[in-house]
Design a protein around this ligand. Structure first.
Ligand SMILES: CC(C)(COP(=O)(O)OP(=O)(O)OC[C@H]1O[C@@H](n2cnc3c(N)ncnc32)[C@H](O)[C@@H]1OP(=O)(O)O)[C@@H](O)C(=O)NCCC(=O)NCCS
Length: 405
């Protein structure tokens, strides 16, 4: 069966399409919430799937600028994907993914990225696991840092309203050098990062904003919530860091010094941290930092030639990939990267791989050597993976997307 999938035309359709995933969270958005959401997700970027007149599925794509090694690339930030339980497993997601990826490509966005609700869903559509995200917990008794405090460091709590004028510049400085981070509009900051609706608190207190200054200049911030609790007369609660970004090593260290060591709290918890987070080197007791890691951002090269040409490379080398893309077959074929650009070629390939493996390596989260050892890429010439790694080598940190979108 073929399904009718097209962009939403009005708020009613938009509400229906967002309602498909909202169904699994307990209920669809009302008019007010749908209107608010449409400020960050334009109606034409929300696809709806129809059964007759009824909307039975939806898939959105934020118009992002995503940082990649050596640059910034237009990217479809795939979000709110859902199919109603009455219509699951009949190919509706597949139809939406096809229409959406074609739309992303036609808009000149050469890559797409997403957070997966379940990690088995998106590989079949060409998405590769491109970053690792870590959930950490640290008992407060082990909050010490190796290095002494910076004498110019000062921190203060500011309101969500004040934060609107200060945080974006800090975020943008960190974003410029961190693959995996995307641009945030004013509306995004207001509606997503700096709003604090009670229904999102999940038993915690209000959202706090801690501003860190070095030499009197804003250099970092932490958004956090306190979950207060006492057991047998002693503090058993935790502080949950929603997002903490420091512009540089000192700012990062001084920021964490404050949030790690709060009175009345037994544990510090944070989510979505990259495995190369500076904290691991800065802690006096790194072994006490419990870290559970899992998949982070998933990346799809929508237009392989344009995407490969958009990031930067190291050295003068060249590599040829034999790419298989069953879902978007126009990407299938041999691609040579030389002089920083990707072009089609008839030359013998160094590596054979599925497009999802290019997604895994694109931001620098995984090396081709790692993929070779996992058996998910195949060498067609000896040393092919090493040649590709020499080219993809980057001085950027590991990809980090600090927010699920
Ligand atoms: C995930 C979801 C969108 C899938 O929609 P769907 O219309 O049932 O998907 P399709 O029928 O197009 O499935 C395509 C293939 O993916 C598989 N698949 C889809 N969802 C899957 C899941 N959650 N787990 C395992 N396999 C899944 C199907 O079995 C099918 O495999 P096949 O081609 O080998 O038969 C839908 O189940 C849903 O809305 N789930 C809850 C919300 C959610 O998780 N959304 C994703 C947010 S990131």
């Amino acid at each position: 069966m073929t399904w009718d999938v097209r962009p939403t035309k009005d708020l009613e359709e938009f509400k229906g399409a967002v309602g498909a995933i909202s169904h699994y969270f307990g209920g669809g958005p009302d008019d007010e919430r749908a209107e608010r959401f449409a400020r960050v997700l334009p109606l034409e970027r929300m696809h709806a799937a129809f059964d007759g007149d009824a909307v039975v599925g939806g898939a959105g794509a934020f118009p992002f600028q995503l940082t990649v090694p050596g640059g910034v690339v237009p990217c479809g930030g795939v979000t709110v994907v859902g199919v109603l339980p009455t219509h699951r497993r009949r190919g509706i997601l597949t139809a939406m993914m096809r229409t959406q990826l074609e739309d992303i490509r036609d808009r000149g966005e050469s890559i797409a990225a997403l957070w997966a609700s379940e990690e088995v869903i998106y590989g079949r559509f060409g998405y590769g696991m491109a970053s690792i995200a870590g959930e950490v917990a640290l008992p407060s008794g082990y909050a010490g840092l190796r290095q002494p405090p910076d004498e110019t460091a000062r921190s203060r709590l500011i309101s969500l309203d004040e934060a609107k004028a200060i945080l974006p510049a800090i975020y943008d400085r960190v974003r410029a050098t961190t693959p995996g981070m995307f641009d945030r509009t004013e509306a995004w900051w207001e509606l997503r990062n700096l709003s604090d609706p009670p229904e999102r608190r999940q038993g915690g207190g209000e959202k706090n904003v801690l501003l860190l200054e070095l030499g009197g200049q804003p250099a970092g911030y932490a958004l956090y919530r306190v979950f207060s609790k006492f057991e047998f007369g002693s503090a058993a609660g935790h502080v949950e860091v929603i997002e903490a970004l420091g512009d540089g090593a000192v700012a990062t260290r001084e920021l964490w010094r404050v949030v790690l060591d709060m009175d009345w709290l037994a544990t510090l918890k944070a989510f979505l941290l990259p495995i190369d987070h500076p904290l691991l080197q800065q802690l006096r007791y790194p072994r006490r930092l419990q870290m559970r890691i899992g998949d982070g951002l998933w990346v799809r090269l929508v237009d392989v030639g344009a995407a490969l040409s958009a990031r930067s490379y190291s050295g003068e080398g060249a590599v040829v990939f034999e790419v298989e893309d069953a879902f978007l077959p126009e990407n299938t074929g041999r691609w040579k990267i030389v002089g920083g650009k990707a072009e089609r070629t008839d030359e013998t390939a160094d590596l054979a791989l599925d497009v999802r493996e290019l997604g895994a390596a694109y931001l620098g989260g995984f090396t081709f050597g790692e993929l070779l050892r996992a058996g998910t890429v195949r060498e067609l010439k000896d040393g092919g993976a090493a040649r590709a790694d020499a080219l993809f080598l980057t001085s950027s940190p590991k990809p980090w997307c600090p927010e699920i979108f």
